[in-house]
Ligand binder design. Sequence first.
Ligand code: ADP
Ligand code: ASP
Ligand code: MG
Length: 410
Amino acid sequence: MALIVQKYGGTSVGNPDRIKNVAKRVAEYRSRGDQVVVVVSAMSGVTDNLIKLAKEIMSLPSEREMDMLLATGEQQTIALTAIALHNLGVKAVSLTGAQAGIVTDGVHTKAKIHNITPKKVHELLDQGNVVIVAGFQGETREGQITTLGRGGSDLTAIALAAALKADLCQIYTDVDGVYTADPRIVPNAKKLPEISYDEMLELASLGAKVMQSRSVEFAKKFGVVFEVRSSLNENPGTIVKEETKSMEDVVVRGVALDKNQAKVTLIGVPDKPGVAAKVFKALGDATVNVDMIVQNISHGSLQTATNTPTTDISFTTDKADLLKAQKVIDGLKKELGFNDVLTDEKIGKLSIVGVGMKSHTGVAGKMFDVLAKEGVNIGMISTSEIKISVTIDLAKGEAATRAVHAAFIG
Ligand code: ADP
Ligand code: ASP
Ligand code: MG
């Protein structure tokens, strides 16, 4: 008898028939004698719709209230999934994140899991139930409802698999596994039989939304091997696990395009110690996630009032954090005395990822050459041992992704 954690994403529970299908699959595992914990997302579109509703009332709503609102999406699906299992004669009980013992910090809308005490889950399993847990949500020690960031049901599943020491963790979604690129953008992308945690983590944080990046980080930390597979068929999926030596033979494992980034540029910032620290500390305090940062070398232009040399600082952040970032920067204007702030939401971040880059040269040159031939201008560049990312014009993002994929993967 195995203990299995299965997570079903928004499309997989997108309508009553899909929920019935999920129940059928769960019932099959159950009939083999396995214990099953099911984590579900909100039905597809529900979370987006709730966010839209709130923003129609106020552009920057309270993050505590957003959590209260968004947590309702998953609460609908857990009950519906339990009902679908009852309909098949299978014992099942639904639990909210809090009831499942998921305790988080208090950073509303992107809370981190502190610890999980799955006592209730164990009890219900031992009584022969399938336990259905609401993804994406938890509760602080003080009893405040929190959510774990967009795509956070993946994290719920992986964290529960770790806490329950599950034998198997399966992430069911609307694609057959992790591909070399988003198959919606690159139709000839190939399904990967396996991928290392580090590559999956980079791809996920660079826009491949098939897995939430924090969930992959968690899996790596706790050694949770998991499979990403389709809820719509029986095809084997992609195994995400520790890197093996042979994985380095492939230079580029995957290509990702993030369309959800925005760029903020501060023009004419005084070029003196402590300024960048002030800007990024203030953004951090406001829980704005900053990704790429570029500061130009000062060209000797002076701030007229003080005769201090000036520079420009650009950074990228999620579009969802842009208003918050702007508010923070506006609040610093008097103190820092920069000239202007520009924002650009029409950027895409295109990245290539592969552990093989550690041992191969010329990869950046080849990528930039492909982009040049496509007539794509490169904005910011950032690299790590296993990835290269560039910001480009959003309108050219998909064509550039296909060109880069063709050059490196085929
Ligand atoms: P779920 O609702 O199941 O969590 P998501 O919509 O969050 O599903 O993630 C699945 C989607 O991720 C796919 O439909 C696909 O378009 C997209 N995706 C992006 N990059 C990749 C990739 N490299 N491999 C597979 N899917 C990808
Ligand atoms: N419903 C949440 C979202 O749309 C969490 C998830 O789907 O994983 O982001
Ligand atoms: Mg998802």
